[in-house]
Design a protein around this ligand. Sequence first.
Ligand SMILES: O=C(O)CCC(=O)C(=O)O
Ligand SMILES: [Mn+2]
Length: 214
Amino acid sequence: MYEQIELWSQQPDTRNTENRSPQAKTVVSIDGEVIFYQSFFSIDESDKLFEELYTGTEWKQETIKIFGKSTPLPRLTAWYGDEGKAYTYSGIEQHPTPWTHTLSDIKARIEKIAEVKFNSVLLNLYRSGKDGVAWHSDDEPELGQNPIIGSVSFGSTRRFSFKHKQIKERKVEIELPHGSFLLMRGKTQHYWRHQIAKTTKEVSPRINLTFRII
Ligand SMILES: O=C(O)CCC(=O)C(=O)O
Ligand SMILES: [Mn+2]
């Protein structure tokens, strides 16, 4: 019993058309802005990028303290970016590894659409359905007032959910497939939380990259 915000009935985003792919769909337009590009990278590109990222990333299993107890995060992560852009995520201070060619190429592709320059990226590897990320907003102070987050996904499709912080009936759910790109900006992080729920379905690994500006 919740209000599904006209997810698929939205018109394609036609503003600033020369810089926008015709497949852009606005998935959140109230209290923020979220734009979705379902097939941003071709299947061939996505297969190659998944492989490069899966094997070529310095994946780490970070732990966080919950009620004083060290708990491993249910996913592997890695942090890449411009030198000196340290960032605290889930209480973990991250020092970025320098950009690889693969990450710089992906960054350049999404920057054309986002019309900003990203200086860091958090990579997440969801090894199976047992991995996920709990409800949160990307609202760390280092990200500034209205964070712009460029989120690229490769591998298994997983469900990305939004819920409004004040109006609990307001929820949006979207499947993020291989090669998709989701852009969150404006007041999105003030008003909405998001998650990747764990699932009991058999799912193969998924890699997500959230490009950020510190
Ligand atoms: O895996 C995703 O799609 C989202 C990851 C995320 O929300 C984050 O890293 O902050
Ligand atoms: Mn997030």
